[in-house]
Design a protein around this ligand. Structure first.
Ligand code: ZN
Ligand code: ZN
Length: 263
């Protein structure tokens, strides 16, 4: 069995992209920063854009697709999304033409080398938003879930027992309530179809972490309504008091690549 490698290129409301690599198959989950930034950040981890097998898109919001058009046109990167998501991206016109693409359906696993990827529905305010469960042929499992609003039971069950959990921890409730956003935006973020708060992420993690869970990466932090320190404090408090397992918990970096995790 090949080594599994996880590498975040960007994370947060300003752009998201994460590489999962195993046995020569390299999949980007979301390409929400510019094509140039994706290429540069891949290069700093020793990857060329030509080595990327496909980009799997969670939903059509710009912080998940910014680089999709240019990477597909210039570098022939295959963009994979649900049919409705793909149509919405193409109709939206914000990233230009996508000449190279493929589709998947939610709840139907598809295979990429030693990975089996299942897109699972999330409640976020997009046409067919997805979280991803990646099962490897050696039995390991990675879950990626951001842009949630709340955690649906089916997704929670599927994520349980992951070796690595990448979970949204978007905002601190007090910072959001007392912050500068207009009330309608605040309501939207806090709604069940918006984003997951630090507190909800913490409670969810307490349920999800098992003795198999080695790494937790808090992702998609809000720039204005959260800080890495606040998110970590909230999550560590809950997780450490609620379980006997103590995985390594970190925050995915916003504007720069993170460390390379090897599973
Ligand atoms: Zn979104
Ligand atoms: Zn997002």
């Amino acid at each position: 069995m090949s080594e599994i490698l996880v590498y975040t290129l960007a994370s947060g409301s300003s752009g998201n992209s994460l590489l999962v690599s195993c046995g020569g198959v390299n999949i980007l989950f979301d390409v929400g920063v510019s094509g140039k930034q994706i290429r540069e950040r891949l290069a700093s981890a020793g990857f060329d854009i030509k080595d990327i097998s496909a980009a799997v898109i969670s939903h059509e919001h710009i912080d998940h697709i910014r680089g999709a058009g240019v990477l597909s046109r210039r570098n022939g990167l295959k963009i994979m999304a649900t049919e409705k998501t793909l149509k919405t991206i193409q109709r939206g016109g914000r990233v230009g033409e996508i000449p190279s693409y493929d589709t998947f359906s939610r709840d139907v696993p598809f295979v990429a080398g030693e990975m089996e990827i299942t897109a699972m529905p999330t409640p976020h305010n997009a046409v067919e938003p997805s979280a991803f469960i990646i099962r490897f042929s050696n039995g390991k499992k990675i879950s990626i879930a951001t842009d949630l609003g709340h955690m649906p039971l089916g997704l929670r069950n599927a994520m349980k027992g992951s070796d690595m959990l990448i979970l949204e921890s978007n905002y601190d409730e007090n910072m959001l309530r007392n912050g500068p956003y207009p009330p309608t935006i605040k309501d939207q973020i806090m709604s069940p179809t918006g984003h997951l708060s630090n507190c909800l992420a913490a409670m969810t993690l307490r349920d999800l972490i098992t003795r198999d869970t080695r790494n937790v990466l808090l992702a998609h932090l809000s720039e204005n309504n959260n800080t890495p320190e606040v998110a970590l404090k909230a999550v560590r408090k809950y997780v450490n008091s609620g379980t006997t397992e103590h995985p390594h918990i970190e925050v995915a970096k916003r504007h720069e690549p993170g460390e390379i995790y090897r599973l």
